[in-house]
Design a protein around this ligand. Structure first.
Ligand code: UDP
Ligand code: MG
Length: 343
């Protein structure tokens, strides 16, 4: 256990270099080892850091264990959620508290290895906004975990056009401003690279160590695959049309209405010219359906435009992200130039 007086361990929010965030749900056997492992690794670096463990409504005494541990570790901050919300909200709660210039996330079950953290940060400092871990030698069940995950990774890659091998790896390092820009819902934490990419982030991936679960059990089964697919649809929509919903719905709506008008016109013409009975023709039903669907799609587009404006304007979210602003430094402060750049 490390000493709470260690100078690098002082929690000094404004100058924090790194915040390490882990969501914890029923991991009572792991938390102390996890904490020790993170602190040991981080104490060997120059970084001023803190560790934020978010207890996601554990029922196995993890909360009480964390209550004790916070007395031993000056750099530890524990957030106890009122109930079990899920991994994404737990991570969002950690992000909210994290003050570090860099935020590192990892799982609380010791499957990720804190020894990889300094390497992730060094790659981040080469000029990336997000560095994602790749569990190259993943230690999970082949049929229920590795196979669905392989398919999901391929699909996510195709849909989001972010080219990573492993989206599900929790071990990641972010510049704080990237995380601050994002709101997380559902199980969107695994899509953080995709969401960050939408915001223009530069992303790298590095192989990391992965251990088999030593204690406790995985909190997920096959059901997650379905939820991930649904989240993927959301991300796809966000990526393509967040700021222009009318382009999808409006276009489809007009196409549908036009087809309805053409078919309806044809049937009306037929009736007027030949006097044929059109009342029982399936084509008539189709024409009416297309007209109604067209009006609805068009209205969705309009509603989407209104919602999108409310979304951006109520939160003062610009529809663009600035990486850097460059101006000529005044001559007497030109020495400060390097500190002005984004770091
Ligand atoms: N977790 C959480 N809330 C939940 C489920 C999981 O905070 O409702 C945490 C869990 O304690 C672990 C991490 O999320 O630290 C990943 O969960 P798990 O190890 O079960 O997922 P797997 O590694 O099997 O994908
Ligand atoms: Mg795990």
């Amino acid at each position: 256990m490390i000493s709470s007086q260690s100078p690098s361990a002082r929690v000094d929010a404004p100058s924090l270099d790194v915040s390490v965030v882990a969501p914890i749900y029923n991991e009572v056997e792991s938390v102390e080892r996890l904490l020790e492992a993170i602190a040991t690794v981080m104490d060997q670096t120059e970084f001023c850091y803190d560790i934020i463990l978010v207890d996601d409504g554990s029922t196995d005494g993890t909360g009480d264990r964390l209550r004790e541990l916070v007395e031993d570790y000056a750099q530890l901050k524990v957030i106890l959620l009122r109930r079990n919300y899920g991994q994404t909200p737990a991570m969002a709660a950690g992000f909210q508290e994290a003050q570090g210039r860099v935020i590192v996330t990892l799982d609380g079950d010791l499957q990720n290895d804190p020894k990889d953290i300094p390497h992730l940060i060094s790659i981040l400092d080469e000029g990336y906004d997000l560095v994602s871990g790749w569990r190259k030698n993943r230690q999970d069940a082949a049929l229920t975990r590795l196979l669905p995950s392989k398919i999901a990774n391929w699909l996510i890659g195709r849909v989001t056009s972010v080219d990573l091998h492993d989206y599900g790896c929790s071990l990641k390092a972010y510049r704080r401003e990237i995380v601050a820009d994002m709101n997380l819902y559902g199980e969107l934490h695994r899509f953080l690279p995709a969401l960050a990419f939408i915001e223009g982030a530069r992303i790298a991936e590095v192989p990391v160590t992965h251990h088999a679960r030593q204690f406790g059990t995985s909190k997920y089964g096959l059901g997650r695959t379905f939820r991930v697919l649904m989240d993927l649809l959301t991300v796809f929509f966000l990526k393509k049309f967040l700021t222009r919903p009318m382009h999808v719905f409006g276009g489809l709506g007009i196409l549908s209405m036009l087809s309805g008008v053409v078919l309806g016109g044809y049937l009306t013409g037929l009736k007027l010219v030949t006097g044929a009975n059109i009342g029982d023709r399936p084509l008539l039903t189709l024409a009416i359906l297309l007209l109604i669907a067209g009006v609805q799609l068009f209205s969705f587009g309009l509603l989407g435009e209104l919602l999108m404006r409310t979304y951006h304007e109520s939160q003062h979210r610009p529809i663009y992200r600035i990486r850097e602003v460059l101006t000529q430094s005044p001559p007497n402060v030109s020495d400060n130039r390097s500190t002005v750049s984004t770091n």
